[in-house]
Design a binder for this molecule. Structure first.
Ligand code: DGT
Ligand code: CA
Ligand code: CA
Ligand code: ZN
Length: 613
């Protein structure tokens, strides 16, 4: 997240808190406006002095001071003051679709609702119906939103969890005595959400025997400033709850599900992080064990047993069928320092973490060459300031070029997407000219003219065919009517896939992880049609989306249909989401060849033209 985004998020949180506290409109509006202005700012606000900030329309002296305070301290006193006046469980409820700050204020002040539990209770006993503007219909909708959130509520999106994992690993690596550090678990496997983070640290074998060296590493982990609650503390293992940013209180961040763990803790969104410290000779075994998945581990252990060995998180040991585990008796392991040594000793190719799900990885004869970030050479779904993006065509193209891409496609929103400033036909035609004109200014990369065309509720596209035919690339995506019946959704999306001018089906289900489930079409039918019509299905790499999700991407790969991994770029940082898209593709077992963004320029451009004959 950019500094501007963090600032925008912060001012939005202040505005929300003010409304919850019933403050007057003018002050609220000043903060909402500041949030919008900061979010749209093309220069980094943290690089501006007070005078320059004041020159920006929508930023007055008070806001400017708060921006400066936020940049130097990471928060503001005003936020802290306001936040202290609101029950901690209230702000996260703003993430529930249909619950705005005004409604929430009523629920709180007049209905005594302070968190999810009390909201559920008042729905269950019907008392919520006595509150202003709470009709049977809106309450039923609220209940459904809460239920959807409940099923996913304990898991945190990969894009929020992974930066924390990387941050903690970097901190642990900087510690005295630490040799290796890595994160394991579902985050390493690249799942779209994670339950908790699993961090692994090693010391040298000699150091590991010295408690005075090991214990401080564990203690330091528990003393990180973001730690809200310590769940377990030992010399070689600890468990904590790590706070997500207060202003980043997104639905999906959660209290621990473990009731004991919650005793006496400060409320607020947290992610649990488990730490294990192991000696170097066990690091590979521990990494394999804590990467999982559980099912994969069970299979590995059975394989070891069938070969007369014992596998655990300490190593792979020759089995002498003694009751006591071999590592406790000082038995010398067969393997354990690296994961590679364990796979080799079990006569298996190295199995990449993303496919350790006991799906079919044990049938592999060789390590699969799964797609990597370096394979990606083109971005085919990107927005500019013409619709809701933050970059000009030139900047978008320059950023793509700096990543080593040979092609960037400008795909702004189509006319129906009014909230995203979608382009009318007239504006689109002008935009195509601007895109062509930009080519001379950014040599060394092919800039293609495209559109992210809305797939309307009935499956028709948002521009007529003669306009679509003028575009080099058409990404067709659903943005509205995302709670259609599955059969209707299938028919709708099939129509787009079969449309002869459509290259890519963008974010096929429209899901937002932990927010809305999106369409539930018959994926097998879509995939078969995509293959038949030579249309690529997108893995939208944004961590809020990851759409197609892993299992559907796998079905696409297995059917031999084409994938396209796109960042759906709206601002410069969005290119960094590529890693989440690639992880999803790796979970699907995708090799570079099955993803059109990896193809050489000539091949990709020729393929695009097959839909323009
Ligand atoms: P999560 O945290 O729910 O997103 O998923 P994981 O896979 O990170 O699961 P977690 O954190 O409970 O445990 C990390 C890994 O440790 C898991 O993938 C496999 C291993 N593990 C944990 N408990 C067991 C167990 O009872 N049996 C086996 N075989 N492995 C386990
Ligand atoms: Ca985990
Ligand atoms: Ca864990
Ligand atoms: Zn879209």
């Amino acid at each position: 997240m950019s500094a501007n985004d963090r600032l925008a998020r912060h001012f939005e949180a202040i505005a929300n808190l003010m409304q919850l506290l019933g403050e007057d409109g003018f002050r609220v509006n000043a903060h909402t406006r500041a949030a919008r202005v900061l979010g749209d700012l093309s220069t980094d606000a943290s690089s501006l002095d007070r005078k320059t900030l004041l020159e920006i329309e929508g930023i007055g002296p008070k806001i400017a001071d708060k921006i400066i305070e936020f940049i130097s301290s990471g928060s503001t006193a005003e936020f802290a003051d306001l936040n202290a006046k609101v029950p901690p469980g209230l702000l996260p409820l703003l993430e529930v679709p249909g619950l705005g700050p005004k409604t929430l204020r009523t629920l709180w002040t007049e209905g005594g609702i302070v968190d999810e539990a009390s909201l559920r209770a008042s729905i269950a006993d019907g008392s919520i119906l006595k509150l202003p503007r709470m009709g049977a219909k809106s309450v039923e909708k609220l209940r459904q939103s809460l239920d959807f959130a409940r099923t996913v509520h304990a898991r945190i999106r990969l894009g929020q969890a992974m930066p924390i994992a990387e941050h903690i690993v970097a901190r642990m690596k900087a510690q005295k005595g630490v040799v290796r550090a890595a994160f394991a678990g579902s985050a390493r496997r690249g799942r779209d959400t994670v339950g908790d983070l699993d961090i692994l640290v090693s010391t040298s074998d000699a150091d590991f025997k010295n408690e005075a060296l090991v214990a401080p590493i564990s203690a330091l982990f528990r003393a990180m400033p973001e730690v809200r609650h310590v769940l377990a503390s030992g010399d070689t293992r600890s468990s904590i709850q790590f706070a997500l940013n207060a202003e980043d209180q997104r639905w999906g961040a959660t209290e621990s599900e473990n009731p004991d763990a919650n005793k006496g803790q400060v409320k607020g969104p947290v992610i649990q992080v488990d730490l294990r410290i192991v000696p170097e000779c066990s690091f590979g075994a521990a990494l394999a064990y804590f990467t999982g998945s559980k099912d994969h581990n069970v299979h590995m252990r059975e394989r070891a047993l069938s070969m007369g060995m014992t596998l655990n998180e300490y190593g792979l040991y020759p089995d002498d069928s003694s009751e006591e585990p071999p590592h406790k008796r000082g038995v010398t392991p067969v393997a354990g320092t690296t994961e590679e040594s364990i796979f080799a000793a079990l006569k298996l190719p190295y199995i990449p973490p993303e496919i350790r799900e006991d799906h079919s990885e044990f049938n592999l004869n060789a390590t699969p060459t799964l797609i990597t970030i370096a394979d990606i050479k083109a971005e085919l779904h990107a927005h500019t300031t013409a619709s809701d993006g933050r970059m000009s065509i030139i900047e978008l193209a320059e950023r793509a070029k700096a990543r080593g891409f040979h092609t960037i496609t400008v795909t702004d929103h189509s006319r129906s997407s009014a909230q995203a400033n979608g382009l009318s036909i007239e504006r689109l035609l002008e935009h195509i000219d601007s895109i062509h004109a930009a080519r001379a200014q950014v040599p060394g990369i092919t800039i293609l003219a495209g559109s992210e065309v809305d797939i309307l509720a009935d499956g028709s596209l948002d521009y007529p065919d003669e306009i679509l035919a003028k575009l080099d690339v058409v990404v067709a995506s659903p943005h509205t009517a995302l709670s259609q019946e599955p059969a209707t959704a299938t028919a709708r999306l099939l129509k787009a896939i079969m449309h002869p001018l459509v290259h890519i089906l963008g974010h096929p289900t429209g899901r937002l992880i932990n927010r809305r489930p999106g369409l539930e079409p018959d994926m097998a039918a879509l995939i078969a049609a995509a293959k038949k019509n030579n249309t690529a299905l997108e893995i939208n790499a944004h961590w809020m989306r990851l759409d197609l999700r892993d299992v559907h991407a796998r079905a696409t790969v297995e059917a031999g249909a084409l994938l396209s991994i796109n960042c759906d770029v709206h601002e410069a940082e969005d290119y960094d989401n590529l890693k989440y898209g690639v992880l999803t593709a790796r979970r699907a077992g995708a090799v570079a060849e099955s993803v059109i963004n990896t193809w050489p320029a000539e091949k990709l451009h020729a393929w695009l033209k097959t839909k323009r004959r």
